[in-house]
Design a protein around this ligand. Structure first.
Ligand code: FES
Length: 210
């Protein structure tokens, strides 16, 4: 079910990692994007085959992380962090605002398929709480007014301004993007020398007790 382009990208990603297990998260990102924003079972099976990993391992990783979705989701996924630092700065009220504005509860999708609302654990932006990840971008210091603006703009197919520090990354998860997609010029960068595995010195044979 994965497109040739997605399979090719996964093969490229694998070359950047010491083993296929460590390439699994970016590979799942590629598969998810290619499969229309979520991970059907067939896509996970193909990733498992491509990386030569047990399907159970791929499934366990896909179900562990909140950025992978196992059922169809809305065009825009709003994930509000409600861990303590964000909670102390009003994250639960922000969740309520999104619920009211969208007319859905947590883990629900609006009838027009435009939005899915979720709450997630800390996204490592506690200093700019309350915050949410929307699609692949971070939105920080969210207020009630901001909720309205975000939903209105996304509903019109526009992109609301998001956190500047994330803009430098052109997405919160650059790992699955090509250098060209990230706008990084790597032409002058010398590739790192290959890692040479040091042989472990042979252990001396134990001497016989006299
Ligand atoms: S607690 Fe919300 S980003 Fe850390």
């Amino acid at each position: 079910m994965l497109s040739d382009a997605a399979v090719q990208r996964i093969q490229e990603i694998v070359k950047e990692y010491p083993n296929t297990k460590s390439a699994l998260v970016p590979a799942l990102y590629v598969a998810q994007r290619d499969a229309g924003g979520w991970l059907p079972r067939e896509a996970m099976v193909e990733v498992a085959e491509e990386l030569d990993l047990p399907e159970s391992h791929v499934y366990s990783v896909a179900t562990f992380y909140s950025m992978f979705y196992l059922k169809p989701i809305g065009e825009n996924v709003i994930q509000v962090c409600t861990t303590s630092p964000c909670g102390l700065r009003g994250a639960n009220e922000i969740v309520d605002c999104f619920k009211k504005r969208l007319g859905v509860g947590l883990n629900e999708t609006t009838a027009d398929g435009k939005f899915t609302l979720m709450e997630v654990e800390c996204l490592a932006a506690c200093n700019v709480a309350p915050m949410a990840q929307i699609n692949e971008d971070y939105y920080v210091n969210i207020t009630e007014e901001r909720v309205d603006e975000i939903v209105t703009m996304l509903g019109r197919g526009e992109k609301p301004p998001y956190a500047e520090f994330a803009q430098n990354l052109k997405g919160a998860h650059p790992i699955a993007f090509t250098d060209a997609e990230l706008g990084i010029d790597v032409s002058g960068i010398k590739p790192a020398d290959p890692v040479v595995k040091k042989e472990k010195p042979a252990e001396a044979a134990p001497t016989e007790a006299k």
